[in-house]
Ligand binder design. Structure first.
Ligand code: NAI
Length: 332
């Protein structure tokens, strides 16, 4: 049976990633039918809508979205479409696996961390208030319901996937009420999973520990902003943003995207590494039960990385995006 999915072609390197990854999915004979839409800043300039109504309608029908990165203006302009989509469709669990690949040389070996980032609240609700010309308040929202479900998902994931430890990352020493509540909910839920070690660390210490000894971490669960920052930090441990995929899962909808952004500095230059976006597509295939197809694609990528002849520039190679994609297709 083939699955209908929605695809958003975003900004910067987004369109080239979509074109190349769909080529690989086709070569792998993935049982998918696509409804493809241009979205984002460029679409807004062309047609006056960041996300056209038909694109929303398609996602509401298919309930599965493969989304390439979208540019968000800094310090002004529209609210992040990524944050909006996550809120609008209650895609509360942002799951980001960060795993070393033996073929990619970095100072760290065998990193294998899965980040669970709460995706719908915290500071990302975007509630800011100008109290007077020189003072702005930004409100951080933390609820028991949203905290419970992301923490429980992290433990359930650990249980299903044979992971040993879940670490709660927080700043409860300073934010005694908001992060304090998140931490106390974590401690309550941890008791329901005696077979899994539950511990916690303050976010600043975590950053130092991650670059000194990342192997001590297994599954990590945290609020929105901490998850955003630590995801990029962790991606640096394994060779960069070109290698970290993600899923955004809610009770009704699911969205799959790379952790990285639209990389305007390399857009259109054939330098983008499509692996993070391709692995996001693999996470989508696994979500849809197409594990065999995902497995074949993952194997082909591993072989190309191990061979080392067609690596993109971020992995210290000289291949263009297309040369790398052709090498993956040849392996398939
Ligand atoms: P970025 O993640 O786009 O780029 C950071 C650095 O990593 C750049 O040097 C870029 O060239 C490199 N890089 C990223 N992806 C790469 C890939 N696949 N292959 C090779 N190199 C890659 O972060 P930046 O520059 O801070 O943000 C650019 C725009 O993307 C902003 O408007 C931001 O808001 C947006 N953004 C969108 C996201 C999304 O759509 N989910 C997530 C993060 C940022």
């Amino acid at each position: 049976m083939s699955h209908k999915i929605t695809v958003f072609r975003g900004d910067g390197i987004g369109p080239e990633l979509v074109d190349n990854v769909l080529k690989i999915l086709k070569a792998a004979d993935a049982q998918l039918e696509y409804e493809i839409f241009n979205v984002g800043e460029d679409e807004w300039k062309r047609n006056g809508a960041l996300i056209p109504e038909e694109a929303y309608a398609s996602f509401e029908r298919t309930k599965v979205l493969l989304k390439s990165p979208i540019t968000t203006p800094v310090g002004k302009g529209f609210r992040s479409l990524n944050v909006t989509l996550r809120g609008q469709y209650d895609l509360y669990a942002n799951i980001r696996p960060v795993k070393s690949n033996a073929a990619v040389k970095t100072p760290f070996k065998n990193v294998d961390i899965v980040i669970f980032r709460e995706n719908t609240e915290g500071l990302y609700v975007g509630v800011e208030e100008q109290v007077n010309p020189d003072t702005v308040h930004a409100i951080k929202i933390v609820t028991r319901q949203a905290s419970e479900r992301i923490i429980r998902d992290a433990f359930e994931y650990a249980k299903k996937n044979g992971r040993k430890k879940v670490t709660c990352i927080h700043k409860a020493n300073i934010l005694k009420m908001s992060d304090g509540m998140f931490l106390s909910i974590f401690k309550e839920i941890a008791k329901e999973y005696p077979e899994i070690e539950g511990d916690d660390k303050i976010i600043d210490n975590t950053c130092m520990q991650l670059v000194m000894n990342p192997n001590q971490f297994d599954v990590m669960v945290m609020q929105n902003l901490y998850g955003d920052i630590l995801s990029d930090l962790c991606s640096g441990l394994i060779g960069g943003l070109g290698l970290v995929p993600s899923s955004n899962i809610g009770s009704d909808y699911a969205m799959f995207e790379a952790v990285h952004g639209s990389a305007p500095d390399i857009a259109g230059k054939h330098l983008a590494n499509p692996t993070a976006f391709l692995w996001s597509a693999c996470m989508m295939l696994e979500y849809l039960g197409e594990n065999e197809t995902a497995g074949r694609i993952r194997k082909a990528v591993d072989e190309v990385l191990a061979e080392g002849k067609h690596l993109t520039r971020d992995l210290h190679g000289t291949a263009t995006t297309e040369e790398y994609v052709d090498a993956v297709i040849a392996r398939l």
